[in-house]
Write a protein that binds this ligand. Sequence first.
Ligand SMILES: [Zn+2]
Length: 968
Amino acid sequence: MSDNRIDWNSIESKWIKRWEEQKLFQADPDGRKKYFVTVAYPYPNSPQHIGHGRTYTLADAHARYMRMKGYNVLFPMGFHYTGTPILGMSRRVAAGDAELMDTFRKIYKLSDDIISTFVEPVKIASYFHNEIKMGMKEMGYSIDWRREFTTIDRMYSKFIAWQFRTLRKKGLIVQGSHPVGWCPRDQNPVSQHDTMDDVEPDFNEYTVVKFRSGDDLVIPAATLRPETIFGVTNMWVNPHVEYVQAAVDGEKWLVSKEAVRKLEFLNHKVEVIKSVKGKEMIGKSATNPLNNVAVPIYPASFVEADSGTGVVMSVPAHAPYDYQALEDLKADKKTLQEFGISVSATPIVIIESEGYYSGVPAAEAIKQVGASSRSDEEKLERATSDLYSHEFYKGKMMQNTGRYAGMSVSVAKNEVKQEVMQAGHADIMYELVNKPVRCRCGTECVVKLLNDQWFLNYGDKEWKTLAHECASRMDIVPQDIRQEFDHVIDWLRERACARKSGLGTKLPWDQEWIIESLSDSVIYMAYYVIAKYVNSKTISDENITDSFFDYVLLGVGNAEQVAKESKVPLSTVEQVRKEFSYFYPVDSRHSGRDLVPNHLTFFIFNHAAIFGRENWPQQIVVNGSVLMEGKKMSKSLGNIIPLRAAIKENGADMIRLAMLVSAEILQDADFSFDTIRGIRSKLLRIFEMAEKCADKKKQAAEMQQLEDRWLASRLQRTIAETSASMDRLRTREAIHHILYSLDQDLQWYLRRAAAKGQENIAMLAEFLDVQVRMLAPFAPFTAEEVWERMGNRQQLITAAGWPEAREDRIDLVAEESEFLISSLLVDLQNIVKVTKITPSKIAIYTSAGWKAQVYKTILASILEGKTNFGEIMKQLIANPETAKAKTEPKLVQKMMEDILSAPLEARNRRLKLAGFHEVAAIQDAASLLSAEINKAQIVVYSEEDASRYDPKAKAKSARPFKPAVYME
Ligand SMILES: [Zn+2]
C-alpha cells in the first residue's frame, strides 16, 4: 500500500473527535479497580518539542495499557506557571533580546503580533499552555481534560497555602541562613527550573585553611580534604593572576579578585586594601596552622583565579595533581630560573591504606592511570577520585599526624576540620561544582549564604527516615535507579522554598515571599480530584479554608462543619472526599531522569510528611532523554523540532513508536527519520492486512492446518511476552514483539500458506485482532482505524481490552514442526549452495524410532546439567530400549552436540513433546520446500521404511530433528 493512500492527519482528527464524543478518558469512581497515572506537568514557556514528548508518550502508553487491562485509569494534566522563568522571558521580550526573538521566530515560527503580547508574563504562559495542550491532543494522549488547572488558579493557591501551613505545623519549614544557588541580578535563589539548560546548581563545602605569611597576612587555601593538612609541602600561587590583599572580617587575606566576590556572597565583610601580583608571592613561605611548619610558595599557572580562593595547598603524597605538578616543576628549569627558586619539597605520606597503596600513594595512583604531566587532566582526575575514595573508606591516619594517628580517614576528616575551625584557623566556603551555571536571565550564578530565608528542612532526620520508608515501599522502574533515590534522600539538606519574585502562591505567613516552583509541585496530584469540581463550578474557591483540604485530603474534621464553613454542599464535600479516597494513592508517577535529584525525591518527602501510609505513591517511572539523529538537541545545532510540526509531517503514531522503540527506559532514545520510515512501512502493511480481513472475521475458523495451529500458538506466546514487557514498561521489547517478531511469524505463515495455495482468512483476522490490540497503547490512531476497517463497529479498540494468552492454544507439535521445517529449508538451501547441484528430486529421511528414545534420554540428562559422555553412554546401555547406542558412539556424540547447540526453548519443548511425527511435518511442508528449491520433487521416508528410495544409503545418518538428505 502506498503511503499516499493513508491520510494520517485526517485519521488522527477523526479519532480525537470520536474519543472526545465517547468521553473515553473521563474517569470517575466506579466499581472497577482504579489506576492513577500522572506525569510531571509541563512548564509553558515554549512549545513542546520532540525531546519533551518521550515522558508523556510513555505515560500515555502506560495509561492506555492499564485501561485495556480493565482498570479505571485516571490520567490528568495541569500546567505549571510558577516561578521566575516566564517572568524573565517577558523581560527579555520587553528588552528585545535578539536571541530569544530568533528562537520565537525561527524555531517556534511565531508571528510578531503574538510575540509582542509576551511582555505580559501570563500571556506567554497561556499561549504556550494552549500550544502544548493542542500538541498533547494531537499526540493522542488519553487525558481527562476536565481536571486541567494552572498553578496560579486561586483554588490551587489555597491548596498550596494549606500544604505549607501543614508542613510548618509539623516543624518541617524553618527560617535561617543557608547556602543557596543565587542569581545576583534577580536577587533570587535559583534551582533547576530557573537556569539555562535546566541545571541544578550543585555546590561543595570547602574548608578554607588559613596559612600565614609574615606577621599578619593570611594565605587561605580551600580544600575538600582537611585531614591532609599534615601533608602540605608547599603552596601554589599563579604568578600571572592579580591577587588582592583584603580585610576579611578583620583579618588581612591574600586572595584572588574573583574570590573577593564569592566571600561577599557568603556574608563576609570584605574590604580590598591593595592589589598584589601573583609573582610577588613566589618564593615566600607560609606557615601551616596545625603544625607551625613553614612551607614555600611555588608558581603554578594551572591555579585558576576563580577556583576557591585562588591559592592552593599542595599535598603531593595524597593528591595526584599536586604530585604531578611538583614533578613538572622540578623539570622546568626555565621557570625555576625565572623565579630564582629550587624545589626542595618532597611528599609527606600521612595516610596508610591497607593493601592497595604503598610508597607514595599519589605516585602510584598516577602510575595506574598512566598520566605523565599536569596537562593529562582526565587521567589525573581519575587518579584523584580513585585515591580519594580508596583512602576515605580504607585509609588510616599515620603516626606523623599527632593525636589523629590510627584514626580512619572518614572520621579524621571531620575531626581535623572541627579542630581548625574552633581554633580560628579555618573557615567554610562554598563553590559551585558544575559552574558556570547561568540563570535564565543570562547572569552567572553564585553560591549565596542567605539569611532569614524560608527552608524546607529536608535535612530533618525523622523526615528522612519516613522518606526512606516511603521509597522502600514503592516500585521504582527501572529498579537500577532505586539507589539513586536513597542517595538523594540522604544528602538533601535545607532547601530554599520561596522567592522574592515570580508567579505563584504567596507564603501564607510571610507575604513578601512567593513559594517556588519545585516546592508547589510535590503533592498536586491530589489536586486533580478537586480541580474537576472547580472547573464544573460545583465548588467555588471563595470560602474555602484549610478545614476543607484537611477533610477531603486527610479525612480530618467534620464534614458538616466543613460544608458550613466553605459554603460547599455537604453532599459535594462527601463526594470529593470519596473521589479522593478512590483515586489516591498515585499508582504511577512518570518523569524524566533529570528530576530524580529534585522533583521526584521532593514528591516522596512531601507525600511521606503529609499523607498517611495508605496514600503514599506506589510507583515511580523514570525515563532517559531523547537524542535527535544521535545528537543532543540544542538550539545551536538547530535540531529542535516542535512536536506539532513533527506530527503534521510524520503522523503521531510514527512519532510515538519511534520514541518508545529506540531505547529501553533509562537509555537515551535516539529519534531518527529512518526509524520513522521503517515504522510507517510496518503500519502500512497492517492496513493492507486489514483490507484483506475486512468483515471476514465471522467466517468459521478452521484451524486444522499445521501452520494455522503454529501461528495461533505463536500469538499466545507473544501476548504473554508482550504483557510481561509492558508490566515493566520495557516498551522497546514490547514494540519489537508486536511489530517485528509478529511480522516475522506472519511472513513465515504466508509463505507456508501460499505454497499450499490456501490462506486462512479467519486465522489472519485473529492474528490482526491480537496485533492491533497490542499496538493500541503505542499507536492508538492506527489501531482504532484498522480495528474499524476490520469490521469492528460496535466498540472502540481502546475499550476492547488487552488480549489474554490462552494456554489451550499453545501447540508444541505445531511449534516443533515449523521449527523443523524452517531449519530443514535452510539446510537444503545450504546443500544446494555448497554442492552446486540443481536438484530435481530430494529425498528426506527421518530417523528410526530407537534413536528418538536415545535422544530423549540424552536430552533429559543434559537438561539436568549432566554432560559427561561416558556417564550418558552408561545410562543408555543400562536400558534395553536404548542399549543399541553402544554400537553407535559417534551418533550419540552427534546427538549431544545437536542438543547443546539447540536453543533452550527448543530443548525444553522437545522434552515435553508428545505425538510429534517428523515424516508428517515434512510432508506437510513438501509444497513449500519444493517451491523454494528448484520445484524439485520432495519425497519423505522413515529410516525404517524398507521400501525407501536411498541410493547412497544416507538414511542411516538421520538423527531426531536432523533428517538426512539425498539430492539428485
Ligand atoms: Zn537571573
